[in-house]
Design a protein around this ligand. Sequence first.
Ligand SMILES: *[C@@H]1O[C@H](CO)[C@@H](O)[C@H](O)[C@H]1NC(C)=O
Ligand SMILES: *[C@@H]1O[C@H](CO)[C@@H](O)[C@H](O)[C@H]1NC(C)=O
Ligand SMILES: *[C@@H]1O[C@H](CO)[C@@H](O)[C@H](O)[C@H]1NC(C)=O
Ligand SMILES: *[C@@H]1O[C@H](CO)[C@@H](O)[C@H](O)[C@H]1NC(C)=O
Length: 526
Amino acid sequence: MDTGLSGLLLLLCALPWAEGGKVLVIPMEGSHWLSMRDVTKELHAQGHQIVVLAPDVTLHIKGEDFFTFKTYAFPYTNEEYQEKVLGNIKKAFETQDTVKLFFESMEALRNFSELYTNSCVALLYNKTLIQQLNSSSFDVILTDPIFPCGAVLAKYLQIPAVFFLRSIPCGIDYEATQCPNPSSYVPRLLTTLSDHMSFLQRVKNMLYPLTLKYICHISFSPYERLASELLQREVSLVEVLSHASVWLFRGDFVLDYPRPIMPNMVFIGGINCANRKPLHQEFEAYVNASGEHGIVVFSLGSMVSEIPEKKAMEIAEALGRIPQTVLWRYTGPRPSNLAKNTILVKWLPQNDLLGHPKARAFITHSGSHGIYEGICNGVPMVMMPLFGDQMDNAKRMETRGAGVSLNVLEMTADDLENALKAVINDKSYKENIMRLSRLHKDRPIEPLDLAVFWVEYVMRNKGAPHLRPAAHDLTWYQYHSLDVIGFLLAIVLTVVFTVFKCCAYGCRKCFGKKGRVKKSHKSKTH
Ligand SMILES: *[C@@H]1O[C@H](CO)[C@@H](O)[C@H](O)[C@H]1NC(C)=O
Ligand SMILES: *[C@@H]1O[C@H](CO)[C@@H](O)[C@H](O)[C@H]1NC(C)=O
Ligand SMILES: *[C@@H]1O[C@H](CO)[C@@H](O)[C@H](O)[C@H]1NC(C)=O
Ligand SMILES: *[C@@H]1O[C@H](CO)[C@@H](O)[C@H](O)[C@H]1NC(C)=O
C-alpha cells in the first residue's frame, strides 16, 4: 500500500507541468507594489492562480479581478497607519539641524519597523491562516524581501521563493546571494558615490555600511527573532533570505554601475514601462492645447502628495516662468500664485504622458520607477530626491548628463526655473537621455516577460537548487581560503625552516672544521 501510494505520487510528479501553477504574492506597500502588480497580472494571463496576501489596511494594495485577495488583521486603524507612514514623509521637507534630524529619523524608523513587525506577527501567528496557506500547496511565493515577512513564511512553509526588489540596505542582498561585492568599485547604497572612487571616497565607501548596520539592525532583527522562534533554531536574516531560488532585481546596467552578479540574479529594470496605454482624453486635451512648447510632467511619487505651503509657492512661481504646460500631480491645497500654464491633477498617467512626443521634461523625486519611465521614454529630468535610494538615482542620472538634481530644502524658484530651462533648451540633456534610452531598450527580451519566465521556471522545477552556489555551505575562513592559505604557509615555513636549519648545520660542519683546522694550523705554526 505504501509503495503504491509513493508510486502514484511519483507518477503525479512526473506528469508534464501542463495546467497553471499556484502563486502566493506577499507584496510591499507603496510604489513597490505597483510593478509587482504588473507581474501578477501577466502571470494571471498565463493561466496561473494568484493569491495576494496583504494586511487589511494598506495605501495601494487593493483587490482586483486578476487575483484572489486575502487579508489578515492589521493591528492598526487606517488613520493611524496613514499618519505613521505619510506623516514621516512630510518631515522630509522640513529643514532641521542634523543631530535632531538623525534622532527623529531613528525614532521614525523604529516606529515604522514596529508597525511592519506587528503586521508580520499578525500573519505568522495566525494558526488558521498558516494552516490554510500550508494546505493550499503553493508552487512559489513571490515577495519583496524589503518586508522580509514573505521570506520568513517561504522558509517556514518550505515553498520556493522568488524575490522582487530594488535592493536591501547594508548589502544584505549580496550577502544572501553570496555575490562578490568589492567596496573598491561597487558604490554602497546611499553614498551617492560612483564606481570610480578616489582614495578618500573608497574609505567612505568602506565605512559607510558600518554606520548603516545599526539602522539595518533596528529594521531587520525583529524578523530574525520571528524566524528563529518559528524554525526553533537560531537563524539570521541572511540565512532566511538565502532560501530564495531567484532574485529579480529592478535594476539594469544603464542606470546602475557594472558589477559581479550570480546565476540566480536577474535584472528587470524598466519593467514598469510595459504598462503603456493610449492617453486618457482629459490628458490628451491638455497635451493638444500645449502647442509647440509641449508639456512638463511633475510628480513626486505615489507617497508624497502634499508639501509645505511655502515650498509649494516657490515651485509654483518657477513653473509659471516657463512657456510649457505643466501637469502637476498634487493633492495639497492649491498654491495662491499658481500660473495659468500649471494644471494640478490628483493623479496622472505618468508613463503614458512621458511617452508622448510633446513631453519636454520630467520633474521627479527620482524614485526608481520614475527614473526608468524617464529613461525608457527618453525625457530629460529635473530631480528632487527626498529619501532612500533617490539620492543615488539622481546622482547617477546627473553624472550621465541626463538631468539636473536639486536639493528640495535649499532650492529657490530661480534654481528650479534655471534647471527646467537647461534640460529643455540645452540639447545635450536630450541627446544623453536618448542614448541611455536606446541602450536600455536594446535587449533580447522585455523585462516583464523575463520576470514571468523566471517565476514559471521556479514553479516548473520546484526551485532552482542547481543555481545555488556552494559558497552558502562554507564558513567565512573557508570562503576566503584562509585555511588553505594557512596550510600552504605552514608548509612553506616548514620547508624554509628545514632548509635554513640544514644549511646552518652544513655550514657549521664545514666552516666549523675549517675553523678548527685553521685554529690547529695556527697553533701549530705558533
Ligand atoms: C513614534 O511612536 C510614538 C508612539 O506611538 C509617537 O509618540 C512618536 O511621535 C512617533 N515618532 C515618530 C517620529 O513618528
Ligand atoms: C486569521 O486569519 C483568518 C483567515 O484570514 C481570519 O479570518 C482571522 O480573522 C484571523 N485571525 C486573527 C486573530 O487575526
Ligand atoms: C505543513 O503541512 C505539512 C504536511 O501536511 C506538515 O508536515 C508541516 O508541518 C506543515 N507546516 C506547518 C508550518 O504547519
Ligand atoms: C488631439 O490631437 C490629435 C491629433 O491632432 C487628435 O487626433 C485628437 O482627437 C486630439 N484629442 C483631443 C482630446 O482633442
